[in-house]
Design a protein around this ligand. Structure first.
Ligand SMILES: [Zn+2]
Ligand SMILES: [Zn+2]
Length: 274
């Protein structure tokens, strides 16, 4: 039986997303998705800025996100499973504040990600040229290794995040082969700590490949990876579920017979039907 889950999406409790939790739920039901995780942004370095943060008060927003999810779980019971997630950005930049964010709720599912390296802006805002790309990618993967090795999370989100903007906006080839050693170490850290790797399908609509791509997912399996989660990273109802079936197919191609959903932060395996 075909069972679709989308384990990464944002409601309007994230600074950059459009629709309410309720609207996301209705969209998921319409798209025959049976489980979703609402994973609103918690950017750890922003917490200390409180109301002065450009992204608003994250703690207030996450508290609201969790309350919205709890209400939606009740409203859509029997029709849709709505999981309480969070996407913790840069958890190692401010570990104490991250811990505070983690204590807001009993999450079902925690994604960890890096959108900006230390003392820099989100990769979305950077300008890329031949000379800064290698140093930026090196710093990114080094920080991601620290995150994979030490942060408290369930699945590592969009492992190749910076490549999305480099590929979209420049002719520069990110040459990920150059970083194969540190990427291997990231994957090994996930394996050693029984963490999941996310197959982020938003790349399918922006750069034509998942983040990470099939080669890295295959390598994760080779190194003993057990858990993959699949998420669209939708910031609106229209993109919810985008590429999820393709992501499941890719997981199967890479040797996974199951994908994973997390409830109460415990992995639950869902058999792939292909
Ligand atoms: Zn993200
Ligand atoms: Zn996201």
């Amino acid at each position: 039986m075909k069972v679709l889950s989308d384990m990464h999406m944002h409601s309007n409790n994230s600074f950059d997303a459009e629709n309410s939790v309720r609207e996301m739920c209705l969209g998921a039901i319409e798209k025959d998705i049976s489980t979703i995780a609402i994973t609103d942004h918690m950017e750890a370095p922003e917490i200390k800025l409180g109301d002065r943060s450009v992204f608003g008060n994250m703690i207030k927003q996450i508290t609201k996100s969790v309350a919205d999810v709890e209400a939606a779980s009740k409203e859509f019971e029997g029709k849709l499973k709505v999981l309480k997630g969070v996407e913790i950005g840069e958890p190692m930049h401010e570990p104490k504040l991250t811990k505070k964010a983690m204590d807001i709720a009993d999450y079902d599912f925690v994604l960890a990600s890096i959108h900006n390296v230390k003392d820099s802006e989100d990769f979305y805002y950077l300008k890329y040229n031949e000379s800064n790309v290698p140093a930026l990618l090196k710093q990114y993967f080094d920080e991601l290794l620290d995150t994979a090795s030490n942060a408290d999370f369930d699945s590592l989100a969009h492992l190749t995040y910076p490549t999305r903007y480099i590929i979209q906006r420049t002719d520069i080839n990110p040459e990920l082969d150059r970083y194969s050693e540190v990427i291997d170490n990231i994957l090994k850290a996930l394996v050693d700590r029984d963490k999941a790797l996310e197959i982020n399908t938003s790349g399918l609509r922006t750069i034509g490949v998942t983040m990470p791509d099939i080669n890295i997912i295959k390598r994760f399996k080779e190194l003993g990876g057990k858990y993959v989660t699949i998420g669209s990273d939708a910031h609106s109802v229209s993109k919810l579920g985008y590429g999820i079936e393709k992501g499941i197919e890719i997981a199967k191609t890479c040797g996974f017979d199951y994908f994973t959903v997390f409830e109460n932060r415990q992995p639950e395996l869902v058999q792939i039907w292909y």
